[in-house]
Write a protein that binds this ligand. Structure first.
Ligand code: CTP
Length: 397
């Protein structure tokens, strides 16, 4: 796949892997991209700007203005011009600056003005990579929507062996090509995702709820958005930030509220993913004042059934592709197949609580996808973001 006509900012920072960025630039140009190189002052200690400008056909931008002419380089204009910003190599220092908004050079300033998506290919020594500060900064950037091209294991400039080597230029190129290919695939497609738990009030300070973190649903919403879909994310109470690119987030608390919002969004959608762990029951009546202990040895709370959001919308569905989840502890496949039928899903994603990698509050998941026509696909344990990609890949419109 080519990159014809794509505008890419290639950010180069001061690490030994900067020499590999020359090769990356060549690959980008060969693939048809127009590339503007932005270097940090430290990067110029490793590779001369002339090498990059000769290959890109554009003067390298490194300072806020050219000293002898006084020409101002606008980071805002750069941000508007670009379709994608790729920082390779990204040193621990630049990653730290990006995560904390320390805009003391042209590259970080350009990052902060970027309207386009950003990818980074970190490169550093293994201890720096493993340091909690670096990992925290990486996590911050990931949450901010930056795609991280994971460093590889191997020989490092320090002579040590371990994780920290910048991904090879060919691999970075393929991530870039994948990004552009993905971005187009679900353009114009409307997707609804329910996520997180629901809380059902017992009184003003207590609720019936569950351990759902919302991570799986949020990763699915992120994945759809990455592919250009218009995503509405209906979320129960979670502490997660809205994934970048998600068009609309609707926060709800109870199953009834989630049902009302989902019912409103559903008819306009092409795809609906029901990833929420909806409470099946709620107190018949929520007390309006805090329930006092009053020396009672037992307290009975009477519960009534909540609406089954997926099943109700399954009844009114027209052309929508619907995807459900089944979290089971026993008779997994059988239960999942039954839910697929009764809720009129096209696919159901099964996770078993027997798998140590699956379940609530985890960062990993192990799934099996069962389709309406009976196909059963088992997947390895993966991170929730990789699982989200597998789920989205399985949906055929
Ligand atoms: N679901 C829903 N509304 C509910 C309950 C579940 O939309 N009130 C959806 C979930 O989002 C999930 C699927 O239905 O996609 C299955 O949820 P699950 O809790 O496993 O199924 P239940 O029907 O509640 O079955 P059970 O509790 O008996 O296992």
């Amino acid at each position: 796949m080519g990159l014809q006509g794509k505008h890419i900012i290639l950010g180069v920072t001061g690490g030994i892997a900067a020499y590999k960025s020359v090769m990356l630039l060549r690959l980008l140009i060969k693939a048809g991209a127009e590339v503007q190189v932005v270097m940090t002052p430290a990067a110029k200690e490793f590779v001369k700007p002339l090498t990059f400008s000769s290959l890109s056909g554009k003067p390298v931008v490194s300072e806020f203005f050219t000293a002898n002419t006084g020409e101002w380089h606008s980071h805002v204009d750069l941000g508007l011009w670009a379709d994608l910003m790729v920082i390779a190599p990204a040193t621990a220092s630049t990653i730290g600056k990006m995560a904390n908004g320390i805009a003391d050079n042209m590259l970080v300033t350009t990052y902060l003005s970027a309207k386009e998506d950003v990818m980074i290919a970190p490169a550093m020594d293994l201890d720096m990579w493993q340091h909690p500060t670096t990992q925290r900064n990486i996590e911050t950037l990931r949450k901010d929507g930056v795609e991280i091209i994971s460093p590889e294991k191997g020989e490092l400039a320090s002579g040590l062996e371990g994780k920290g080597r910048m991904a090879e230029p060919a691999e970075i190129l393929s991530s870039i090509e994948k990004y552009f290919a993905n971005k187009e695939t679900l353009k114009g497609v409307k997707v609804m995702v329910t996520a997180g738990p629901t809380y059902e009030n017992i009184d003003p300070v207590r609720f019936v709820g569950n351990y759902s973190s919302g991570k799986m649903g949020f990763e699915i919403a992120r994945e759809f958005a990455k592919r250009g879909a218009e995503v509405i994310l209906i979320s129960g109470p979670v502490t997660l930030e809205t994934p970048s690119g998600v068009a609309e987030r609707v926060n709800v608390v109870s199953a009834n509220e989630m049902y009302a919002k989902a019912e409103e969004a559903f008819p306009k959608c092409d795809i609906a993913v029901f990833a929420a762990a909806v409470a099946d029951y709620s107190p018949v009546e929520a007390a309006d004042k805090k329930i006092k202990r009053e020396n009672k040895d037992e307290l009975t709370i009477c519960l009534k059934r909540n609406p089954d959001i997926a099943a109700s919308l399954g009844k009114i569905k027209k052309n929508q592709v619907t995807v459900g989840f089944a979290l089971e502890t026993d008779n997994e496949l059988e239960n999942a197949k039954r839910k697929l039928k009764t809720k009129n899903f096209d696919f159901i994603v099964l996770n078993s609580l027997k798998d140590p990698e699956a379940g609530f509050l985890k960062d990993t998941n192990k799934i099996t996808i069962i389709s309406r026509d009976g196909e059963v696909k088992e997947f390895e344990a993966k991170t929730k973001s990789e699982v989200a990609a597998d789920i989205v890949n399985s949906i055929k419109l």
